[in-house]
Design a protein. Structure first.
Length: 103
């Protein structure tokens, strides 16, 4: 009977040791999983930042290109207006001189 009790106590002690070892292993697995998840999150956040930065750069480049094109078109329009203004002024001055001095 003592042997049976000792076997039960030994089995109980072994079970406790296995449970303690399992807890330690579970904690290690949990810690590893948390580190892995954090690393994955960090990597994904960096990838997202890179993608956003790339898209922002593309949009900025497109906007700058469009702004340059609009500025060039505006410069041409202003030059055309100035030529028209000069032509009109010349005609007005000629017409005024004809009226004042005669033909």
């Amino acid at each position: 009977m003592i042997t049976a009790i000792e076997q039960i106590l030994n089995a109980d002690e072994t079970a406790r040791e296995k449970v303690a070892a399992a807890r330690i292993e579970a904690d290690a697995i949990r810690s590893h999983a948390e580190r892995t998840a954090q690393e994955m999150l960090s990597t994904r956040m960096q990838e997202l930042d890179d993608a956003i930065r790339g898209e922002q750069d593309r949009v900025l480049t497109d906007a700058q290109s469009q702004a340059s094109q609009i500025a060039a078109e505006a410069d041409l329009y202003i030059a055309d207006l100035q030529r028209n203004k000069q032509a009109i002024q010349t005609d007005l001055i000629e017409n005024l001189l004809k009226k004042v001095i005669g033909p």
